[in-house]
Ligand binder design. Structure first.
Ligand SMILES: CC(C)(COP(=O)(O)OP(=O)(O)OC[C@H]1O[C@@H](n2cnc3c(N)ncnc32)[C@H](O)[C@@H]1OP(=O)(O)O)[C@@H](O)C(=O)NCCC(=O)NCCS
Length: 176
């Protein structure tokens, strides 16, 4: 899969096995880990990247893609499809390698992922959960039209601290 974004230097694309080294370098960073759930490994080893890429490629439809900037893999973005009565919803997640922060890369990547989720996957709702201190991620979501739907006080225990969880959501404009 390959998707252009509104920015000529930024694309979303399927992973390949050759991305394992680059993904390991990007992901092996405590400043990324501290904003993500504990299931995201730290330290992040090459074997973690190999397993992750395999899982992304085996999942049908593909909902986790690499983010390319000027031809280089710089991050990851995915939709986690829900089930049962939530089956028209998906949770959005993403990270960008620290050297590439604050270049609007995630903003453009999220915009394209929303189109993919609503138009191709026929989702009705996309949501994201943000740790309280993560102002950059909150900004990315607000810039893409997400609304703050609520704050779950002290819902998160990360790195020996209780944190509030900020819940953001967006629904598709046209009804099914
Ligand atoms: C959060 C993250 C994905 C943002 O990616 P990014 O590509 O740097 O995001 P963008 O450049 O598109 O947008 C970031 C916005 O936040 C703003 N921002 C960044 N740090 C900020 C801060 N401390 N306070 C307020 N605004 C901040 C930037 O100025 C920018 O807004 P602007 O375009 O209006 O100036 C990236 O920092 C990251 O990967 N962090 C670690 C993993 C993570 O947090 N994942 C998301 C979990 S919910």
């Amino acid at each position: 899969m390959f998707y252009k974004t509104q920015h000529p230097d930024i694309q979303l694309r399927s992973y390949t096995a050759q991305d394992a080294d680059a993904l390991t370098t990007l992901a092996n960073n405590r400043n990324i880990w501290q904003n993500l759930r504990d299931q995201f490994p730290h330290p992040y080893h090459r074997e973690n990247a190999v397993q992750f890429i395999k899982m992304c490629l085996e999942t049908e439809p593909q909902t986790v893609l690499g983010i390319a900037y000027q031809g280089q893999l710089v991050g990851s973005i995915g939709l986690h499809l829900q089930n049962d009565v939530y089956r028209f919803s998906a949770e959005l997640g993403y990270f960008i390698g620290e050297p590439y922060w604050n270049k609007s890369i995630t903003t453009f990547a999220v915009q394209t992922m929303l189109q993919y989720g609503f138009e191709k996957l026929h989702l009705q709702r996309i949501f994201a959960s943000v740790f309280e201190h993560n102002e950059g991620s909150k900004r990315v979501l607000l810039k893409n039209g997400f609304l703050l739907e609520g704050v779950k006080k002290k819902a998160i225990y990360k790195n020996n601290q209780f944190l509030d969880e900020f819940l953001y959501g967006i629904v598709r404009e046209k009804e099914l």
